[in-house]
Design a protein around this ligand. Structure first.
Ligand code: RUG
Length: 790
C-alpha cells in the first residue's frame, strides 16, 4: 500500500465512517479513520487464517484469561503490517503527526500487570508464528482504575476506555450465550439437570490480532454481559422505574470492572460470577465450533487445547464435565478424562493469598451443580490415589489451585526457579503423584511491541547492522555481539540511548514539572506496588543515599534520577503507604538545593503499558529487587534487558535466567537466595539485627520516623516502620546493606561510560531468548501439541 492509497483510505473513512470533513477533523477523527483504514488491511489475512485453519482441520488453542493488558493497538498493527513509514507520510500530507495520532488511542487496560500483559504478548506471538487460536476474556467497561496523587496519596478513578468507540472491535450480536447462576439441581431420566435462577447474556466482541508482516491473524474474543430482557416493561408501566432496570443493572455489573487484584486475593461473589461468566461462554463457543467440524467428542483433546491462565478460569474443568456428562450423556469418568486431556493450567504465583479459594457455601449458591461435580472430581481422584493427602474441598473452601492441577494434563510455571518451587512447595504432593505433569515455560515478551515499536532508535540501529530478521527471530540479536568491539557501533548505541533519555526527560518535565538531567543515571522501578516487589527497599536506599550526599556533597557522586511507576490495589493499605512515602521523599529531595541535580525522585501517576513503552527504552538501570522466591517470573525485567538497561536484582524469577544469558559480569546481583530468605526468617530477630548492624539503614528509618519527609508528622509512617522493625516478612532490612553495596558498584560502572555501554549492548545482544515467540513455541511443543500453519 502506498502513502497515497492509505491517505485516500483515511479520507474515505473520515467522510463515510465518521461523517467529517478534513477541514474540521480532530486528532481523534484522524486516529479513528487511520484505525479503520489499517483495520481494512487486517481483514483479508484474518479471513485467510480462519479458512486455512478449517481447511487443515487443525487443532486450535484457546487462551482463557481474565486479563488482556493490550494497551494501544494502532501502532502494533501499523508496525506488523509494515505501514509505519507509509502512515507517517499519509498523515503528514493531511497535516497530522503519526506519533500524536497514535498517542491519542486510549490504553486498553484490561489487566493488572504481568499476567495480563503476558497474555497480550502471547496473542501477538501466536499470530506471528501462525498458531491457530483465540484469546477469550471479558470486555470490561472499565479497565484498571486511573491513578492520580493528591498530596502524595493514591486516588483511584474509574478508567473509561470505552467512552469513545473502540475502533478495532467487531460486535457479534449473533454470537451470544446464555449464562446462568444459582437455582436448583434435579435428577431427570438419570441425568442431573441444573435450572439456574438468574441468567445473563454473554455477547461476543472480536478484535483481530495481526501477526508480524500480516501473515496470520487470530481473534481476541471478549464477552460483554447484557440482560436477557432490556427492561421490565410491566414494572416500568407500574411506575417502578428503578425496578424495571434491575435486570439490566445486574447483567452489566458482571462486565463492568476489572478487579484491581494482582496478587491479593479477592473473595467477592461478583468475581466468581465474572469467572464463570467468561469461562462458560468461551467453552460453549469452543464446543459449538468443534461440533461444527467434528461429530465425535472423543476427538476433543486432539482438536482443542484450552489454556487456563491462572486459576481464574478454573471452573472450566467442572463446566466442561457438566457439558459432556449432563448435556451430552458421557460417563462421568470419561467426561473427566476428555476434559483433562483438553485443559492445561499456568500457575503464576506462590503467594498464598493469591491462590484462589471459594467458600463452598458461596459456590453452592452461585454454581450448585459445579460444586457437586467438584466433589465427584475429588472422589474420583481419591479413588485412584487413596493415599493422597490432597483435597480440593477443605476447611469449607473449594481450592481452585488443586482443582486446576487435577483437571489439567499439563501444569506450567513461568520461570525455571518458579517451576522448581511449584514442584517443591505449593503442589509438592501432587507433583509426587503426577511427576510428568509440571513443565516449565519461562515467560517472554514480544519484540514487535517492546523493541520495534517502543524503541525505534535502537531498532533502526540493530536492523542497520544485522538486518531485519531479528524482529521475528529474536535470537538473531546474538549477531550484534561482535559489533560491541566496534567503536562506531558503540557510539551509535550510546547515541540511541541518549536520544531516548532526552525524550523522556522532556516528557517528565512536561508531565511532572520536574527537570531532570538526561546525563544522570535513569534508575527505574515500574510494576504493581507490592511489599514483595520491595519498592520500599528502593526508597530506603534513596533516603540513605540522599543523607550521604548531603553529608558530603562533593564526594564525586554519580547523579541519579530514581523513577517509580505503578499502582496499588485500592484495598492494599501498606502498598498505598509505600506510594505516599515515595511521593513524600520525592518532594523533599527534589527541593533540596544541597543535592540539586545529584538526586531526583520522579513518580509519574497512572503507570500503564504506554508509559512503560516510554520509560523502558530510556532506562539505564532496571530494578528487579523482589524478595527471592516471591516473583514468579517478571516480564518487565526482560523488556529492560532487551532495551539495554542493566539489571540490579535478586536471584528471583526470570532474573536468574536473564543473568545466565547476559553473563554474571553484566548483571548486578545482590541479596539472599530463596532458601536463605526462608532460613533467615527462622530468626525472629533478623530485622533488628540487620538494623543494628547497619547505621545507614538505621539512619534512613530514623529519617522517616522523625518526620523529615512528612512535615514533622512522625506518626504518618509509624505502622510501616513498626512492621519493618518488628516483623519484616519481606526481608527489607536483611537485604539492605547488600543492596546498598551493590548500588555503589552500579555507580562505579556508570562512572565509566564505555564500560557501562558495553555491558548494556551485551544485554541487548544476549537477550534474544526472552522473546514470547520462543515461549509460545514451547507451549506448542510441550503443552498444546500443535504445529504452526505458516
Ligand atoms: O507476579 C507474576 C509475575 O511474576 C509474572 O511474570 C506474571 C506473568 O507470569 O504474572 C504475575 N502475576 C501473578 N500476576 N498475577 C498473579 C497472581 O495470580
Amino acid at each position: 500500500m502506498t502513502a497515497q492509497e492509505l491517505q485516500k483510505a483515511v479520507l474515505r473513512h473520515l467522510e463515510l465512517s465518521l461523517g467529517k470533513d478534513l477541514a474540521h477533523a480532530t486528532v481523534y477523527d484522524i486516529r479513528m479513520s487511520l484505525t479503520l483504514a489499517v483495520r481494512d488491511q487486517v481483514i483479508a489475512p484474518w479471513f485467510e487464517s480462519t479458512r486455512k485453519t478449517y481447511a487443515a482441520q487443525s487443532k486450535r488453542v484457546y487462551y482463557l484469561s481474565m486479563e488482556f493488558l493490550i494497551g494501544r493497538l494502532l501502532e502494533d498493527a501499523v508496525n506488523n503490517l509494515g505501514l509505519k513509514q507509509t502512515a507517517q507520510e499519509a498523515l503528514d500530507a493531511l497535516g497530522f503527526d503519526l506519533t500524536q495520532v497514535i498517542a491519542d488511542e486510549p490504553d486498553a487496560a484490561l489487566g493488572n500487570g504481568g499476567l495480563g500483559r503476558l497474555a497480550a504478548c502471547f496473542l501477538d506471538s501466536m499470530s506471528t508464528i501462525g498458531c491457530p487460536g483465540m484469546g477469550y476474556g471479558i470486555r470490561y467497561e472499565h479497565g484498571l482504575f486511573r491513578q492520580s496523587f493528591h498530596d502524595g496519596v493514591q486516588i483511584e478513578e474509574p478508567e473509561d476506555w470505552l467512552r469513545q468507540p473502540h475502533g478495532w472491535e467487531f460486535a457479534r450480536p449473533e454470537a451470544v450465550e446464555r449464562i446462568g447462576f444459582g437455582g436448583t439441581v434435579e435428577a431427570h431420566d438419570g441425568r442431573m439437570r441444573w435450572s439456574p435462577a438468574d441468567a445473563v447474556l454473554a455477547k461476543a466482541h472480536d478484535t483481530p490480532i495481526i501477526g508480524w508482516q500480516g501473515q496470520w491473524a487470530n481473534t481476541l474474543r471478549l464477552w460483554g454481559a447484557e440482560p436477557i430482557q432490556a427492561f421490565d416493561l410491566e414494572a416500568f408501566n407500574r411506575g417502578d422505574f428503578v425496578g424495571a432496570a434491575e435486570q439490566e443493572a445486574f447483567a452489566r455489573t458482571i462486565s463492568r470492572v476489572l478487579y484491581p487484584d494482582d496478587t491479593n486475593g479477592e473473595g467477592k461473589e461478583l468475581r466468581l460470577k465474572q469467572e464463570y461468566f467468561f469461562t462458560a461462554a468461551s467453552l460453549r463457543d469452543i464446543l459449538r465450533r468443534f461440533l461444527s467440524e467434528h461429530d465425535d467428542l472423543e476427538l476433543l483433546p486432539q482438536k482443542v487445547a484450552i489454556q487456563l491462565n491462572d486459576t481464574h478460569p478454573a471452573i472450566a474443568g467442572p463446566e466442561l464435565i457438566r457439558i459432556l456428562h449432563d448435556e451430552h450423556g458421557l460417563e462421568f469418568d470419561h467426561a473427566m478424562a476428555l476434559a483433562r486431556n483438553t485443559l492445561s493450567f499456568t500457575n503464576h504465583t506462590l503467594l498464598p493469598e493469591a491462590l484462589e479459594r471459594w467458600p463452598q457455601a458461596l459456590m453452592a449458591r452461585v454454581l450448585p451443580r459445579h460444586l457437586q461435580i467438584i466433589a465427584r472430581i475429588e472422589e474420583a481422584f481419591l479413588a485412584a490415589q487413596p493415599e493422597s493427602p490432597v483435597r480440593i474441598l477443605e476447611d469449607g473452601d473449594v481450592r481452585m489451585g488443586e482443582l486446576s492441577f487435577i483437571m489439567a494434563h499439563r501444569v506450567n510455571g513461568v520461570s525455571a526457579l518458579h517451576t522448581g518451587l511449584v514442584k517443591s512447595t505449593v503442589f509438592a504432593q501432587l507433583h509426587r503423584t503426577f511427576p510428568d505433569r509440571i513443565v516449565n515455560q519461562t515467560n517472554g515478551v514480544t519484540p514487535r511491541r517492546w523493541v520495534l515499536g517502543a524503541n525505534p532508535r535502537l531498532s533502526a540501529l540493530i536492523t542497520d547492522r544485522i538486518g531485519p530478521g531479528w524482529v521475528d527471530d529474536l535470537e538473531q540479536l546474538g549477531a550484534l555481539e561482535p559489533h560491541v568491539e566496534d567503536a562506531g557501533f558503540m557510539a551509535d548505541y550510546a547515541a540511541s540511548k541518549a536520544g531516548n533519555k532526552a525524550d523522556l526527560a522532556a516528557w517528565i518535565a512536561d508531565t511532572t514539572g520536574i527537570a531532570v538531567d538526561p546525563a544522570a543515571m535513569f534508575d527505574v522501578q515500574i510494576k504493581r506496588i507490592h511489599e514483595y516487589k520491595r519498592q520500599h527497599l528502593n526508597i530506603l536506599e534513596t533516603i540513605a543515599l540522599w543523607q550521604d550526599m548531603r553529608a558530603n556533597p562533593r564526594a564525586g557522586w554519580v547523579p541519579r534520577v530514581k523513577i517509580f511507576g505503578g499502582k496499588a490495589a485500592p484495598g492494599y493499605v501498606r502498598a498505598k503507604e509505600i506510594i505516599r512515602l515515595i511521593n513524600d521523599v520525592a518532594r523533599v529531595i527534589n527541593a533540596d538545593p544541597v543535592t540539586g541535580d545529584l538526586l531526583k525522585v520522579v513518580y509519574p501517576a497512572n503507570y500503564n503499558v504506554s508509559m512503560a513503552e516510554k520509560l523502558i527504552p530510556a532506562s539505564d538501570l532496571s530494578e528487579q529487587i523482589s524478595t527471592a522466591g516471591k516473583e514468579a517470573s517478571g516480564t518487565g525485567n526482560m523488556k529492560f534487558a532487551l532495551n539495554g538497561a542493566l539489571t540490579i536484582g535478586t536471584l528471583d524469577g526470570a532474573n536468574v535466567e536473564i543473568r545466565e544469558h547476559v553473563g554474571a559480569e553484566n548483571f548486578f546481583l545482590f541479596g539472599m537466595t530463596a532458601e536463605e530468605v526462608v532460613a533467615r526468617r527462622e530468626d525472629p530477630q533478623h530485622q533488628a539485627k540487620a538494623i543494628a548492624a547497619s547505621p545507614r539503614l538505621a539512619g534512613a528509618l530514623k529519617g522517616i520516623a522523625d518526620g523529615t519527609f512528612s512535615d514533622g508528622d512522625g506518626a504518618r509512617y509509624a505502622a510501616l516502620l513498626a512492621d519493618l522493625r518488628g516483623h519484616d516478612y519481606f526481608t527489607i532490612c536483611a537485604d539492605f546493606d547488600s543492596y546498598w553495596n551493590c548500588q555503589r558498584q552500579v555507580d562505579a560502572a556508570f562512572a565509566d561510560p564505555a564500560r557501562w555501554m558495553r555491558m548494556a549492548a551485551l544485554n541487548t545482544a544476549r537477550s534474544g531468548w526472552f522473546s514470547s515467540d520462543r515461549t509460545i513455541r514451547g507451549y506448542m511443543a510441550d503443552v498444546w501439541d500443535i504445529t504452526p500453519l505458516i
